[in-house]
Design a protein. Structure first.
Length: 125
């Protein structure tokens, strides 16, 4: 099972890196809940895809540097650094811990923990 989940995880992060939001949509369950510690609330699939689209427009070059990926029954915990270059030329390196629950080959719950200051430039107006 962890092999299938690992493949799903790799496909998910690769899709975000290349900005393939349709592939992200396919990986998410229709009723996925995406929670962020920065806001303290969950997003629907459509809300999260809009956030990812906005982020990709501000940070067109993105790369995940995976530190660890640990599996548990029905999901995984990953630590990574999200590297990116903003349209302004500024760079970011955000350490992230993410917990993902998988059912039926789709992400059903995602909990993302990061330091808001590390990505603040991407959301500044």
């Amino acid at each position: 099972m962890s092999h299938e989940i690992n493949d799903l995880a790799s496909a998910f992060f690769a899709a975000i890196e290349r900005g393939d939001l349709e592939r992200v949509r396919e990986i998410y369950s229709p009723d996925v809940a995406v929670w962020h510690n920065v806001t303290g609330r969950s997003q629907t699939r459509e809300e999260n895809l809009k956030l990812l689209e906005y982020f990709a427009s501000r940070v067109p070059t993105r790369r995940y540097e995976v530190s660890s990926r640990e599996f548990f029954p029905g999901g995984f915990v990953q630590r990574h650094v999200l590297h990116g270059e903003l349209t302004t030329g500024e760079t970011l390196a955000a350490p992230v811990c993410i917990v993902i629950h998988v059912e039926g080959g789709h992400i059903v719950r995602l909990y993302e923990y990061l330091d808001a200051a590390a990505v603040a430039a991407a959301f500044a107006s």
